[in-house]
Design a protein around this ligand. Structure first.
Ligand code: CP
Ligand code: NVA
Length: 309
């Protein structure tokens, strides 16, 4: 069955995830082989929120495969304001071969996909960040080998979009994920319920705790993200107090497995969610993650565009 969109990792099978990883690895090893794979194609990049990594890597990735990009920022495109999301989808599909959208509401990206005949890729919504989660697990396959079954990852901090995608991914791939958040900041219960169901099938597990030390115990990778995501900036000060014991310190890293990787989707705030001596340490793989956004998203675009031509 052809995959049309990438809205959430939850929509993918483990087979599809591994296919994306295999293409990403080949694209990374031999980028020139794919220099005309998307020749004559065009991609619309719609961003309601700021971005460095997602914007640059989708734009460069499409260009490196021969496609051209049109960037639409929040000043020019207010999804659902100047015209309906449905009308935007019905216009864009006449001109482009793929739409990447970074949006506030997850419903917006679902609606774009529902009304567009061309693939829609979620470049981050309040609910999920699938390109990030896929990249993160791809990065781990490079470090430990292709099979992530039994791998132990801890996510510490806010039960946000990045957390949701990591939870969905662990459950699909048979990894064990432990999430440590302050009370009231746990991931969406519906995500946990669905992921636990998948984990039972894959041999993985999903555990939610409110103690960061309990969460990292035995973890082979420790992951964190900002405490106040885009759209929650007004809560920054309040969250700084609530989350202060969830900062990734050297002491917390020592409670994880020996040699545990430190991971972060970036942007990072040193001194808030992570100490500088952790993110800038030898075990930090944050720039490998950032680099791999390029290769993974090229694989995603290629797969979706080719399957839907
Ligand atoms: N990690 C990530 O998505 O970065 P940007 O917000 O810079 O795109
Ligand atoms: N959770 C963060 C991720 C940024 C890449 C946010 O949504 O702002």
């Amino acid at each position: 069955m052809a995959l049309k969109d990438l809205i959430s990792i939850n929509d993918l099978t483990s087979r599809e995830i591994n296919r994306i990883f295999a293409i990403a690895a080949d694209l990374k090893a031999e980028p020139r082989k794919y220099g005309t794979s998307l020749a004559g194609c065009s991609v619309a990049l719609i961003f309601e929120k700021p971005s460095l990594r997602t914007r640059v890597t989708f734009d460069l990735g499409a260009t490196q495969m021969g496609a051209s990009c049109v960037y639409l920022d929040h000043q020019n495109v207010r999804l659902g304001e100047r015209e309906s999301v449905k009308d935007m989808a019905l216009n864009l599909e006449r001109w482009v071969d793929c739409i990447v959208a970074r949006v506030y509401s997850h419903e917006t990206v679902i609606e774009l996909a529902a009304h567009s005949s061309v693939p829609v890729i979620n470049g981050l919504s309040e609910f999920s960040h699938p390109c990030q989660g896929l990249t993160d697990y791809f990065t781990l396959t490079e470090k430990i080998g292709p099979n992530l079954k039994g791998f132990r990852i801890a996510y510490i901090g806010d039960g946000n979009n990045t957390c949701h995608s990591l939870v969905f991914g662990a459950a699909k791939l048979g990894a064990h994920i432990r999430v440590g958040t302050p009370k009231g900041y746990e991931p969406d219960p519906a995500v946990i319920k669905q992921a636990k169901k998948d984990a039972r099938k894959s041999g993985g597990s999903v555990v939610i705790v409110n103690d960061p030390f309990e969460a990292v115990d035995g973890a082979q990778a420790v992951y964190t993200d900002v405490w106040a995501s885009m759209g929650f900036e007004a809560e920054t000060e309040r969250r700084r107090e609530i989350f202060s014991s969830f900062r990734i310190t050297r002491k917390l890293m020592k409670a994880a497995a020996a040699g545990a990787f430190f991971m972060h989707c970036l942007p990072a705030h040193r001194g808030d969610e992570v100490d500088a001596d952790v993110i800038d340490s030898r075990n930090s793989i944050v720039y490998d993650q950032a680099e791999n956004r390029l290769h993974t998203q090229k694989a995603i675009m290629l797969l979706l565009v080719q399957e839907n031509q």
